[in-house]
Ligand binder design. Structure first.
Ligand SMILES: C[S@@+](CC[C@H](N)C(=O)[O-])C[C@H]1O[C@@H](n2cnc3c(N)ncnc32)[C@H](O)[C@@H]1O
Length: 255
């Protein structure tokens, strides 16, 4: 499902500042650096790039060889405002858009939650065919049904995932999960509390479904910085987070 224009504008305005995006973008950068060290010539694809915040962030860090696609015209036009190399393409049907074995890195953050399981397997099948043999796929997705809330409704969420779900999607594909972490562990009690209240409100019909918005708004600076620092602390404490509302994965091709 495509989200409405206001949601894309909120995304466009929040993604350089909101703690959650900053953490996610830094996680992606770290995995690229772990795999490719100082090599900035690598070819990167952001599949379902939204309004292009991650692409801009990677370009600022010297990765110029980066393309993206999204199915939404609004998302693509926000990307064009950022002068990004982005095309309008459907992730469920993009086999013929890119050459096989052509990307070093494919990023796919928070897109597949809206699809059924066989579609997700097909998407990863296409990813592995356009990925170079020594390339990586980085994918972040919403995790654990207990975190279901109004955000899921606003962004058209169909499901939330556990590691075992991705193990099933990838079972017959030549891809292996080389790293996974759930995040944010330390902010989970807070996020869970908010989402549980929302679940009760939804059950009691206390929320007007037409006016629901996603969580993509920047809170006051001190709250935003506090959440950012808490997740940075957690990254030092745990190499792999064991619980959280997001699941971050790195995949490689099986040789
Ligand atoms: C929650 S946003 C995530 C955007 C971006 N990856 C990020 O991390 O900010 C989900 C994105 O998936 C895009 N999308 C939805 N259906 C799609 C499809 N069939 N093909 C490509 N992109 C799609 C939406 O337009 C939206 O930009």
């Amino acid at each position: 499902m495509l989200i409405n224009y206001d949601e894309y504008r909120m995304m466009y305005e929040a993604e350089e500042k909101l703690w959650w995006y900053r953490i996610l973008h830094e996680k992606v950068l770290k995995e690229i650096q772990n795999r490719f060290h100082e090599n900035k010539q690598i070819k990167i694809l952001d599949a379902g790039c939204g309004t292009g915040g991650l692409m801009s962030f990677l370009i600022k860090h010297g990765y110029e060889n980066i393309q993206g696609f999204d199915y939404s015209e609004d998302a693509v036009s926000f990307c064009k405002e950022r002068n990004l190399d982005v095309q309008q393409t459907d992730i469920t049907n993009f086999e013929d858009k890119f050459a096989t074995n052509s990307f070093d890195v494919i990023v796919n953050d928070d897109v597949v939650y809206q699809f059924d399981n066989s579609t997700i397997t097909n998407i990863f099948h296409t990813f592995q065919s356009i990925l170079k043999v020594d390339g990586i796929i980085i994918t972040n997705n919403n995790a654990f049904n207990v975190f279901y809330g109004t955000h899921d409704i606003a962004v058209g969420g169909n499901q939330r995932f556990k590691l075992s779900d991705f193990e099933k999607f990838l079972k017959n594909l030549p891809l292996k999960i080389i790293y996974h972490t759930y995040w944010s562990v330390l902010l989970s009690p807070l996020i869970l509390g908010v989402r549980l209240v929302q679940q009760i409100q939804l059950k009691l019909n206390l929320i007007d479904l037409k006016s629901i918005k996603s969580d993509v708004t920047v809170p006051a600076d001190f709250v935003n910085n506090f959440f950012y620092q808490v997740v940075k602390l957690e990254e030092k404490l745990f190499k792999k987070g064991f619980f959280g509302s997001s699941l971050f994965l790195v995949l490689r091709k099986k040789l």
